[in-house]
Ligand binder design. Sequence first.
Ligand code: ATP
Ligand code: MG
Length: 332
Amino acid sequence: MKVASPRGGVGAVVREGKGSVGAPMEMLLERESVLGQLGVLGQRAGRGAGRVVLLRGEAGVGKSAVIRRFIAGLDERVRVLRGYCDPLATPRPLGPLIDMLAQLPKPEAGGLAAAINGVGAEAIYTRLLGLFADGNSWVCAMEDVHWADGATLDLLRFLARRVGTLPVLLLVSYRDDEVGAQHPLAAALGDVATCETLTRIGLDRLSRDAVAELAAGGAVNADELHRLTGGNPFFVTEILAAGPDTLANSALPRSVSEAVWGRLARLSAPAREPCSPGSGGMNSESCSRTPPRSSFVRTLSGKRSTSSNSCEERTTARSTTFSSSRTFPGQS
Ligand SMILES: Nc1ncnc2c1ncn2[C@@H]1O[C@H](COP(=O)(O)OP(=O)(O)OP(=O)(O)O)[C@@H](O)[C@H]1O
Ligand SMILES: [Mg+2]
């Protein structure tokens, strides 16, 4: 086990299993290098050279799982804050920061809350900088910023330009396949693109071997599971949890079908229209930020859409891939 640095460097001692008494640690495959990279960046942040990590990947690829595991392994002296953006029709102003208030001691939370409730962003930024200057190392996770409101994106802009001299590792997760050219996050990412404090990490789907490892000991055929899911960890783990009959009966678990249909519901009709890769999909592929999936899975859309969000829609739909032979409960 590594020894904690005097400041409690972020990547130092492991508090493995913390907060999960009685619950087994979730099995996390093919994420060693990402966790190692975060550990190194955390160590540096603990020495006052902070960093923003942009952790991107499609829905269910394991962004939250990586953050969870990284936080679980932190030295207990590291101060951790975690907040979320939500898929609300009207995003909460500064939603992640408001989540974080509950994780701060009362006096600190009170001061920050007063600043949030006050007029102008300056007081909030001043409070935050004061907080980070308390002599500790900090890890702040802002999850799902593809759903962030403008004030949260401004906070990201502000911190990205200053974090280099702060003892803060700022972890920012987002679904990259939901961020098209017109998306507010795209503009924010463009604004901070030249900041030296930025590290970009993309998460890939699991390999066939990893899927086989997750399926080991069960009756689910690993090749079939990998072919069906393309290696998306959420789909893989949900289908495994549903049991071997799922594949045999050609019916996906409700959690999976609801996730897929929920995403498709946001698309326009043309973008929802199924088509296989290669049949009219060439134009849309050029817009894709993710590589084409296995030739065995069918892309639920990919046709050119006339909507202004067509690029986002096509990439969203493209990552929502499934074998066309499967039926979604309640949707057949
Ligand atoms: N590397 C992995 N190995 C095994 N299981 C994984 C891995 N990554 C994630 N999982 C499992 O897949 C599921 C989805 O992971 P997670 O919620 O972290 O995805 P996400 O990228 O945060 O999705 P979203 O964009 O919806 O927030 C979880 O049950 C998680 O335990
Ligand atoms: Mg998540």
